[in-house]
Design a protein around this ligand. Structure first.
Ligand SMILES: NC(=O)c1ccc[n+]([C@@H]2O[C@H](COP(=O)([O-])OP(=O)(O)OC[C@H]3O[C@@H](n4cnc5c(N)ncnc54)[C@H](O)[C@@H]3O)[C@@H](O)[C@H]2O)c1
Length: 252
């Protein structure tokens, strides 16, 4: 499973300031793609932009808060305008706020839905017309949490299950078009998002440990390789799939 040649093609990667999004953006640049990168964290996004430039491709550094629909639509329009085309959309940005359900604020709940579920929908809405022109691809990053009930993550689990199923519905809607729409469901990776689990101070440890991987964490680059692969024509046989990259978490 290796990304195909993306020379002359253009991709948009969200959540590219850190973790999986940054690794995916750099991997696709290495495959030859011009890359539009989006994140709310402008400082770290600029570092990703520098790493992409070193690969000798063009980069559009586009900080944005994807919690707002108009920003989702604008970043797609800007990416397509900057490069004159769009060949892939990788929806990687996400947040995870651990909480006892009864104490989760409405703000935290709605932010989780907005970034993890609504933003990918609006980004897909805006990107699909461009991707239909290029026979392009969408890759939605969901989670092993889409398949396992994780205590203290009800909102997060709901968004990831929703995004996984949204991927399948979109794949069916575009069955008769060459566009490809897939998902990747990672297991635990050592990123800022995963370390947020520590924010929950009074959770039941036995329930929290249920989400610990039996075979250790997944390397960020291992997951980025799969996301990048699905974004390229090398994955022409994949449509409506969700690839679990989780070292067996979802095997039981
Ligand atoms: N780390 C894990 O263990 C794990 C496991 C399964 C799935 N995932 C998923 O992988 C994806 C990437 O997460 P990661 O682990 O690399 O975490 P990360 O925190 O390193 O990266 C997430 C990025 O999303 C950005 N982001 C957050 N809110 C945003 C907003 N409103 N607008 C724009 N960008 C915003 C952050 O600034 C950050 O750069 C997420 O969708 C996450 O749910 C992660």
């Amino acid at each position: 499973m290796q990304a195909g040649d993306m020379t002359g093609k253009a991709v948009l990667v969200t959540g590219a300031a850190a973790g999986l999004g940054r690794a995916t953006a750099i991997r696709l640049a290495r495959a030859g793609a011009d890359v539009a990168i989006v994140d709310i964290d402008a400082a770290n996004l600029a570092e990703t932009a520098m790493a992409i430039e070193m690969e000798g491709v063009r980069v559009l550094n586009r900080p944005a808060d994807l919690a707002a629909r108009e920003n989702c639509l604008a970043v797609v329009a800007d990416a397509a305008a900057a490069f004159g085309r769009l060949d892939a959309l990788c929806n990687v940005a996400g947040i995870m706020i651990p909480s006892h359900t009864t104490s989760m604020s409405a703000e935290a709940y709605e932010k989780t839905i907005a970034i993890n579920l609504s933003a990918p929908f609006y980004l897909c809405q805006a990107a699909i017309p461009h991707l239909l022109e290029t026979d392009g691809a969408i890759v939605n990053v969901t989670s092993c949490a889409a398949f396992r009930g994780q205590a203290y993550f009800a909102a997060y689990c709901a968004t990831k299950a929703g995004l996984t199923h949204m991927t399948k519905a979109l794949a069916m809607e575009y069955t008769h078009k060459p566009i490809r729409i897939n998902a990747v469901a990672p297991g635990g990776m050592m990123t800022t998002l995963a370390s947020n689990i520590r924010l929950l101070e009074d959770g039941d440890r036995s329930l929290l440990s249920r989400i610990s991987p039996l075979r250790g964490l997944v390397e960020i680059d291992e997951v980025a390789e799969v996301v990048a692969f699905l974004a390229t024509d090398a994955a022409r046989a994949f449509h409506g799939a969700c690839l679990n990259v989780d070292k067996g978490i979802t095997a039981d």
